[in-house]
Write a protein that binds this ligand. Sequence first.
Ligand code: UDP
Length: 466
Amino acid sequence: MESQTETHRKQKKWLRLLLFPLPLQGHVSPMLQLANLLYSKGFSITIIHTCFISSPKYPSNNPHFTFHSIPNGLSKSECSDADNLVALVSILNANCADPFRDCLVKLLSEVSDEPVAGLISDSTWEFTDSIAKSLQLPRFVLRTNNISSFLALAALALLQEKGYLPIQESQEEKPVIELPPLKVKDIPVFKTQDQEGLHQTIAALVEQTKSYTGLIWNSFEELEHGSLTDFRHNFPVPIFPIGPLHKYFPVPSTSLLSQDQSAISWLNKQAPKSVIYVSFGSVANIEKSEFVEIAWGLANSEQPFLWVVRPGSVIGSEWLEPLPKGFMEEIKERGHIVKWAPQQEVLAHTAVGGFWTHSGWNSTLESICEGVPMICHPCFGDQRVNARYVSDVWRIGVHLENKVDRFEIAKVVRKLLVEAEGHEIRDRILQFKKMANQSTQQQGSSYRSLESLVSLILSSQSQRKL
Ligand code: UDP
């Protein structure tokens, strides 16, 4: 039977999709992976983008896409001011609505032999809902976190009503009865001066979910079956768990920062499964005191380590200044520190035996796909939920729950890399790796969901023409 792609390529009339990512690493990567996937299904792709933080390689990496840039009213340094993520997202939403509408109106009015089939926006762009409705444009949404953490976000109002919020230190270890297996300290809270405002925004975004034309998840059915069932029960919208998006085929690098390839040449010299890879993603920052404990913890573990220290990620420092005196001399060749690594390549390297992560969803999924067990060290928001699922539900990692100190770190690193418990965790995550990889193959659950998504886009487009 002829595939959908072949059919509409033969029609010689490509449909165009407009994709609008949030300009943060953890959001841009899955959106560009999705763009490549939909291109492979026969759609033309236009990316509407704002503030790609550092020099944009995307147009040259993706010559098969069209790019339209819109202003966001912020300087580059303001854009990368991750210290206050909530404020950044809120300013971006306030500043980008008008330029986005203008851009969309222009694109829709252009005479083209590639009619626009719909918009796919990041779920965090609040204003795209009303703009798409006013232009009668089908609006699909990509959620770059997972289903379990979304359900926790959606329950924030209820949790507040029940008295869980604001979180009291004395209550942190208590279970959240309404959201097993979460503990109070796993509730996805964000740092902001305006908690009330944030909760209202989240409630509005959750409400919007009910009117999406379709909702795309970078996750897969086998991993989140229970949460998907709950979601379907509460949100009757067409959903498409089509992840892991980076696993269908290799796509050009989606990294916003330049990746230091010395990470790979250093790994090439290490024994199989011996290295702990440490990275806290593109946004999370840590205190100097924590940084020093991490350094000594890694040293004391006596295992080789590859450590990503993003410039500016240690609060009050440019890069490695807070590193204890004599640290690198003591470590010698046993440790390697880079500013940014080719993470997917690192995780796929045979020398890597564990990943100490902040439990961002992309990092978690990438680790699962390579069968690398994790040490979870969540910082805020959905990372807390991801970490709990990794440690307690899927049991593919260890949760660094207590205060981060050098002795605890050394113990946990050794537990993961050399002790029997670590081997058991590795065996389990290898099963998940298999499921993840099968899901994107033909007849796999994600692949089938992708085919349904393509069908829905095509049928939404034909209704739009009527
Ligand atoms: N990443 C990378 N190099 C690094 C650290 C991270 O390329 O040194 C990538 C990683 O592969 C992942 C993304 O940055 O795709 C981080 O996304 P995640 O959702 O894990 O966390 P966030 O940065 O959004 O907190």
